[in-house]
Design a protein around this ligand. Structure first.
Ligand SMILES: NC(=O)c1ccc[n+]([C@@H]2O[C@H](COP(=O)([O-])OP(=O)(O)OC[C@H]3O[C@@H](n4cnc5c(N)ncnc54)[C@H](OP(=O)(O)O)[C@@H]3O)[C@@H](O)[C@H]2O)c1
Length: 330
């Protein structure tokens, strides 16, 4: 029987998600990788327990997470939750639909009412939940009218199957379009989930972060460690037991000598701040005022503990920011 650490809420700051009433932990845990049936169940369970004991209340899932089949991460999370039922009201659980999920035209990559409605029912069943806290459309679909996608999400809220809704992988223009519709519907649209890190700053170029900040929409940022580049893992090359080493990511070929040199320079700056590289990388993302939470991934519990340590030093001197910018530019 799992009993949570009684001191967990002293270990984590909680930040308001945009201008909503929902608070999210500065660090949240995503279950995209390492929670499918190809992983070791006891390790997954330990990761969730470690996270919760450290004050991580937000767990991010999607219908298609998990290998060797879509949905296996939700199934494993559901199994872990059975022993954590007493804490359900202390958790914010999100799921998504939008990418390819099941065969045929209705489970294909899309944003239709048909797909979003059926998928949420499936996710709830896999996780053994009556509702999720946040239901996202996972990726903008140019072929479905945004009204239809917005209404499907709104409907999930009206049915009591989701408390809030969000969007992911939407640019600024697409966000502002669907935001107008949500305002008309009075949908509790509180969060946008883009990728963002020191090595991936498209939301700044697009002004998506600015738009969300000005409009009270919180950002839950994914891959804040650039899938593990911004950690101690690759400072001396590519270990076999890593996401790049296992060939589990499409960005592996970016890890050339120049990138490794850059990561080592960033690591020196992190050391001078008394942090590890991952801790500095997360603090850097959290320094953007639009960001409510960073969604980290992990392959073992120790990584979660190290990453949560970022909260010990979240501030930056302007000289440090300039130094980091210089390394990133070179
Ligand atoms: N909305 C979307 O389209 C979308 C897309 C992607 C992700 N996401 C969400 O964002 C979450 C996080 O994405 P991500 O996994 O790419 O995030 P990430 O935090 O950038 O990368 C996580 C990976 O980095 C390595 N790592 C983490 N901490 C470490 C440490 N302290 N030391 C050494 N290595 C460390 C681990 O990989 P190793 O296996 O190498 O140990 C870990 O799995 C996902 O789970 C998901 O919830 C959403």
């Amino acid at each position: 029987m799992y009993n949570a650490d009684e001191k967990r809420y002293e270990k984590m700051p909680y930040r308001r998600c945009g201008k909503s009433g929902l608070k999210l932990p500065a660090v949240s845990l995503g279950l995209w990788q390492n929670f499918g049936n190809n992983g070791v169940y006891s390790n997954m369970e330990k990761m969730i327990h470690t996270a919760f004991d450290l004050g991580i209340t937000h767990f991010d899932l999607a219908n298609n997470y998990g290998n060797p089949y879509n949905g296996s991460a939700e199934e494993n999370f559901g199994r872990i939750l059975r022993d954590m039922r007493n804490y359900r009201d202390e958790m914010v659980i999100s799921t998504k639909a939008g990418y390819e999920m099941w065969s045929g035209p209705y489970g294909d990559r899309n944003g239709s009412r048909k797909y979003l409605t059926a998928s949420l029912d499936q996710s709830l069943k896999r996780m053994g939940l009556e509702y999720v806290d946040i239901y996202y459309h996972h990726i903008y679909d140019p072929n479905t009218p945004l009204e239809e996608t917005a209404l499907a999400l709104d409907n999930a809220v009206k049915q009591g199957k989701a408390l809030y809704v969000g969007i992911s992988n939407y640019g600024k223009e697409q966000t502002s379009e669907i935001h107008k519709i949500f305002k008309e519907l009075r949908t509790p649209f509180v969060v946008n989930q883009p990728s963002y890190s020191m090595l991936n700053r498209w939301i700044e170029d697009d002004d998506l972060d600015k738009y969300c900040l000005e409009n009270g929409i919180g950002l839950a940022v994914f891959s804040p460690l650039y899938q593990g580049f911004l950690t101690n893992k690759y400072l001396c090359g590519v270990p076999k037991d890593s996401r790049v080493g296992r060939g589990e990511t499409w960005i592996g070929d970016q890890l050339d000598d120049k990138m490794i040199g850059k990561l080592n320079k960033l690591n020196e700056i992190a050391k001078s701040r008394g942090q590890t590289l991952s801790q500095m990388a997360l603090a850097w993302v959290l320094n953007n005022k639009a960001v409510a939470t960073v969604l980290i991934g992990a392959s073992r519990p120790e990584q979660i503990a190290e990453n949560v340590g970022c909260i010990e030093n979240l501030g930056f001197e302007s000289e440090e920011i300039e130094e980091i910018e210089k390394v990133l530019r070179d």
